[in-house]
Design a protein around this ligand. Structure first.
Ligand SMILES: [Zn+2]
Length: 331
């Protein structure tokens, strides 16, 4: 509450402007996921198209919006360009192709789309889910009022209404991000077993993937570059070392084979410091020219190109707060 009032005050009194000036030599990289018109959607990662368009209009007016390739070039050659911004999307949701791309094209804004290669469908009927979305979809489809995960030290969780469902789902997902992949798969299998209800894919359009044809069409646009985001979206610090190569380099190969274009940039799934390890960074260095995280989104020109920071933009970020975040005030 106090934080909200404080931010409103900063916003209305233009106190954020000095911070924008202090950060003028840095490049802010924005991280989006998907877009949905569904106002009842409570998933932070899914932003309303109207809000997205307002944000794009704002950065076009107030920032020098460039591709990640241009940013790397500017940093490497120590060129002076002020107030740089880069737009990125993670995962490969269909809405990026259907909704975000027309807006970017209309405004002439470049972007990088990081693809989780095993998520992408062969055609529209081939609906797949990224595992955190799959957990959500399973529990929503289960029609259960509670799910007993005491065996996995998560307790008996209440999923009887949308609010409790959201709290419980988030708790499960955050737990799954912190454990090893075999234990994670055990819990997901258990959820599948306990949620035998048929999944109605039409109820979850926000979580649908692009098809390879759509990824390829995006890649042929001058505005869009395709990056890699692993094959299965694992937390890289939680999987076995011998699985890292396949997830990181393998996703690059999968995408290159499908779209017949070289892939140069990588995004670590979940992207916090605890989600990454030295081995993953080394593999990224061998196969890519850059890799993005999800922390410290304002990048100085001397920033390690394999630990680039990003600022996450979600549905809680209306344009007033968006401009503060761009200037350098944390959410
Ligand atoms: Zn992701």
């Amino acid at each position: 509450m106090v934080k909200g009032i404080f931010k409103k005050l900063i916003s209305k009194t233009f106190l954020w402007r000095p911070l924008k000036y202090i950060n003028r030599h840095k490049c802010v990289i924005l991280m989006y996921h998907g877009l949905t018109e569904d106002k009842s959607c409570d998933d932070w990662t899914q932003i309303h198209p109207d809000e997205f368009k307002k944000q794009m209009l704002y950065i076009k007016e107030n920032y020098d919006v460039i591709s990640i390739s241009d940013m790397l070039d500017i940093f490497k050659n120590k060129k002076t360009r002020l107030h740089l911004a880069v737009v990125t999307f993670d995962d490969g949701y269909r809405s990026v192709y259907e909704t975000a791309f027309p807006i970017l094209r209309e405004l002439g804004i470049p972007a990088t789309v990081y693809i989780t290669s095993n998520f992408i469908g062969n055609d529209r009927k081939d609906v797949r889910f990224i595992w955190p979305d799959y957990v959500r979809v399973l529990l929503v489809s289960s029609r259960l009022s509670t799910i007993d995960l005491s065996h996995f030290k998560l307790g008996n969780l209440d999923i009887s209404d949308p609010l409790r469902q959201r709290i419980s789902v988030n708790r499960i997902i955050e737990h799954l991000k912190l454990i090893g992949s075999s234990e994670k798969n055990n819990i997901i299998s258990y959820l599948e077993e306990k949620s035998p209800g048929m999944i109605d894919h039409d109820l979850f359009p926000a979580y649908h993937p692009m098809t390879w044809e759509e990824v390829k069409r995006l890649s042929t646009s001058d505005l869009i570059s395709i990056g890699a985001h692993t094959r299965n979206h694992p937390i890289l610090s939680r999987i076995k070392i011998d699985e890292l190569e396949g997830e990181i380099s393998g996703s690059k190969q999968d995408i290159e084979n499908r779209i017949e274009t070289d892939v140069h940039d990588f995004a670590y799934p979940n992207g916090r410091m605890i989600d990454i390890n030295d081995e993953a960074i080394e593999i990224a260095k061998r196969g890519f020219r850059s890799a993005v995280t999800t922390f410290d989104g304002h990048n100085r020109p001397d920033r390690n190109p394999y630990l680039l920071g990003r600022v996450g933009v979600g549905r809680n970020l209306a344009v007033d707060n968006f401009k503060l975040v761009l200037a350098g005030i944390s959410q």
